[in-house]
Design a protein around this ligand. Structure first.
Ligand SMILES: [Zn+2]
Length: 415
């Protein structure tokens, strides 16, 4: 990133080094920073004083004495900067303000009855203002916005090239959101990729470098991590597993316009349609549940969960998802497969059906080393991934002020 080596560059690099050391190892004493970084104690003292002055770090009590005075410990000030994170899905928008220690300070869930890009962006803008009010965060300290969005996403250009579920074609989402938020830098990532990164960073995937996150929602997609990095293929579009073919002949119509895709058979909409058809009419009438408002939650909670038809449907759904998972296990030999999205809330019965299929359809040696789990991430994996991606960008900035973040962003979209 830096090619020069004059004293100004060196000073910046040293400051970043000290800040990252405090971020990763804090609470930490000054002498430990000097030992870890190889900088002289006096250099560390000067940099720490600057970072304290800027409010980037803070003092947090005393450590153990090693003979002399007890050293003062330092840690990153989690409120020194903030992230605005967004998860977009068909019918649903989730927004949140995070601090630097992954705490959600304020959060909003919206039913989204439009997928017109300008209207979605309008809702995002309005929610930002509400969240700022509620969290009492100074908007100038919100340095980056991370977005997890379904579809084929060109992250470096900030464009959603295609989302069949949102009905989007070449939507410049980063630019639209950034404009609505007064120039705030925005990073957009595919929803499943964002989730896979979040699981590796904070969730069930910690310690795993070969990981697949499957988002089982209205759409079905996968985030693939190979050797710890997102596997994006030639253009970054890999993982569109929802449009792999399950039924080659006369399958149901998919949002992509083709027939027989996994998504058309075991996506949320398909499962709900089957639920409406197989669960007896009396069940809906007796319990006052409107078929038009049926959700996946209804299938796992009383009274509908008690109907054998609901249980059978969950088993069938697990059977189809299991075929999909087994194909991925054979193809990728992952260490772990994490199921997320609405359908993963079908829980243990779904998981058992998936595992049974994987056992039936994969080679023993590959199967033995793969764990299949249901995501348990608070705040949902895609939202956490959007946060993690924005956070990464914030920590690449040398100074934490909005103007500089904006300058870096302009470089990012034009460069
Ligand atoms: Zn399709």
């Amino acid at each position: 990133m830096w090619t020069g080596s004059n004293s100004k560059d060196l000073k910046v690099l040293n400051r970043l080094l000290v800040r990252d050391m405090i971020r990763k190892l804090g609470p930490i004493a000054r002498y430990e920073i000097a030992r870890e970084t190889g900088l002289t104690p006096s250099t560390v003292t000067v940099i720490v004083a600057e970072l304290l002055e800027a409010g980037v770090i803070k003092e947090v009590g005393h450590g153990e004495s090693s003979g002399g005075r007890r050293p003062i410990l330092l840690e990153l000030n989690p409120r020194a900067a903030h992230v605005f994170a967004i998860r977009i899905q068909r019918g649903e928008l989730v927004t949140a303000i995070f601090d630097l220690a992954k705490n959600i300070l304020a959060e909003r869930h919206y039913q989204l009855d439009t997928s017109v890009p300008e209207e979605v962006v309008g809702a995002i803008g309005a929610s930002f203002e509400e969240l700022i009010q509620e969290s009492k965060v100074n908007p100038d300290t919100v340095l980056w916005c991370g977005v997890a969005c379904p579809g084929l996403v060109s992250s470096h250009k900030g464009i959603v090239e295609r989302s069949s579920n949102l009905g989007w074609l070449r939507v410049p989402l980063s630019a639209l959101i950034s404009k609505r938020l007064g120039g705030l830098p925005v990073h957009v990532e595919n929803i499943s990729n964002a989730a896979a990164l979040a699981e590796k960073e904070y969730g069930l995937g910690r310690g795993h470098n070969h990981l697949v996150f499957i988002n089982l929602s209205v759409g079905i997609g996968a985030g693939l991590l190979a050797d710890g990095e997102i596997y994006g293929g030639a253009k970054g579009y890999a993982g569109e597993i929802g449009h792999m073919t399950l039924l080659a002949d006369n399958g149901p119509l998919c949002a992509c316009g083709r027939r027989g895709c996994f998504e058309a058979v075991c996506g949320v909409r398909a499962v709900l349609e089957r639920a409406k058809a197989v669960i007896p009419e009396e069940a809906f009438l007796e319990h006052g549940i409107s078929k038009g408002k049926l959700t996946i939650t209804h299938l796992t909670s009383s009274p509908l969960a008690a109907y054998p038809e609901a249980q059978k449907l969950i088993g069938e759904t697990g059977h189809y998802i299991g075929i999909l998972v087994a194909n991925l296990v054979n193809l990728l030999n992952p260490e772990t497969i994490i199921l997320g999205g609405e359908l993963s809330t079908l829980g243990g019965s779904l998981l058992r059906a998936v595992e049974a299929e994987v056992e039936k359809r994969t080679l023993e040696e590959i199967q033995r080393t793969v764990g299949i789990q249901i995501s348990n991430m608070r705040g949902s994996a895609p939202l956490m991934g959007a946060y993690a991606l924005a956070l990464e960008r914030i920590f690449s900035l040398e100074e934490w002020d909005v103007r500089r973040a904006q300058a870096a962003f302009e470089y990012e979209i034009t460069g």
